[in-house]
Design a binder for this molecule. Structure first.
Ligand code: GTP
Ligand code: MG
Length: 331
């Protein structure tokens, strides 16, 4: 499941109180003040983390409270600072003020940090207040409260493009060639077990998220091979890239493979069936592929882009075609 919106409360830890204390030693009847400062409260920090694709982990908790600072103690010992809490979110997560909906930050790049709730300052111990005219201050400062707020995390990393096809068509290979994602690739069907996301960077400011789905089989829409679960994840994509193996080992016809998947998409929902689709013939590095491609295109009476996810052939053209659907030129 992609969890794409979560509301949480965050709070920095309270600062530790300062300490009132006086030196007590043998032979030092009236020792001076020696109360230490309180420690700083921990902060709550949001960090963008590459490779995460859902807010599922974040959603396991409603409240994120950092640790309080420890109070100061005698002998001028300062309290320990409270520990920070780090909330890791996928790159592309918007941090919003839950009350107003204002975007506080777009966590775009890996490692980007946002201190969302500062910890409170620790209070000064009485040592701090000693002056020549008041050598025995009997007060210390309280620790300050940490910041607290309600925020909404919203993941914008929903897939724009969904890759579908029979098992072994080369979906994961294509994703790994066009993004930094590293899905498992192998020469047997059902290698991919769960949807996988990759970010494809085009030119500046243009990037899209592509979801690699596990291979679909006949009956997927009814739940065979968990196909309905997977199809759910591409419900909100704007475009389907349908990959067909142009030279399948069992010599089956590419148009049959194509129709099986089309049938699953339309049985799943009307909406799915009517999504824009780019048809891709993969493994064009295999022998006789040009002839096969021509036959295939003719059989289904649709335009087909021939690529090789392995050699990289025509990948740029495919990405350009995808971009044209996602960012149509204004007339
Ligand atoms: N010759 C050739 N082999 C390819 C090409 N693309 C993928 N393959 C091979 O096809 C096999 C399946 O590739 P995957 O990318 O795992 O296929 P998939 O569609 O993700 O498969 P599932 O996850 O099982 O649905 C692997 O052995 C790949 O190396 C290609 O362009 N040319
Ligand atoms: Mg795969």
């Amino acid at each position: 499941m992609f969890v794409d919106e979560v509301q949480i409360s965050v709070a920095g830890g309270k600062g530790g109180d300062g300490c009132v204390s006086f030196r007590r030693e043998k032979f030092v009847p009236r020792g001076g003040p020696d109360g230490g400062n309180g420690g700083k409260g921990g902060g709550v920090i949001i960090v963008a983390q590459e490779g995460m694709t859902t807010l599922l982990d974040v959603a396991k908790r409603r409240e994120y409270m950092a640790q309080n600072g420890r109070p100061g103690t005698g002998k001028k010992r300062h309290g320990l600072s409270g520990e920070d809490i780090t909330i890791r979110v996928p790159c592309g997560t918007l941090v919003k003020n839950a009350q107003t909906g204002d975007v506080l930050r777009d966590m775009k790049t890996h490692g980007q940090r946002l201190v969302i709730a500062k910890g409170g300052r620790g209070g000064f111990g009485n040592t701090h207040y000693a002056t020549p005219t008041n050598q025995t201050p009997r007060y210390a400062q309280k620790g300050r409260k940490g910041e607290s707020r309600d925020i909404v995390l919203e993941l914008k990393l929903l897939a724009d493009v969904g890759l579908v096809g029979l098992p072994n068509a080369g979906k994961s290979t294509l994703l790994s060639r066009t993004s930094a994602a590293t899905p498992k690739i192998a020469d047997y069907p059902f290698t991919t077990k769960t949807p996988y996301l990759g970010i494809v960077d085009l030119e500046k400011f243009r990037r899209f998220v592509m979801a690699d789905l596990p291979g679909l089989i006949e009956g997927a829409h009814k739940g065979l091979g968990m196909g309905d679960e997977f199809l759910k994840h591409i419900e909100r994509t704007r475009l389907i890239v349908h990959i067909v193996d142009i030279a399948p080992l069992d010599d089956s016809a590419p148009e049959d493979a194509y129709r099986i998947i089309r049938n699953e998409l339309s049985s799943y929902s009307e909406e799915m069936a009517s999504k824009p689709e780019i048809i891709v013939a993969n493994k064009m590095d295999m022998t006789d592929s040009e002839e096969r491609l021509a036959e295939f295109s003719k059989a289904i009476d649709r335009k087909v882009i021939g690529i090789s996810a392995v050699t990289g052939k025509n990948l740029q053209r495919l990405l350009t075609e995808i971009a044209e659907v996602l960012w149509p030129a204004k007339k």
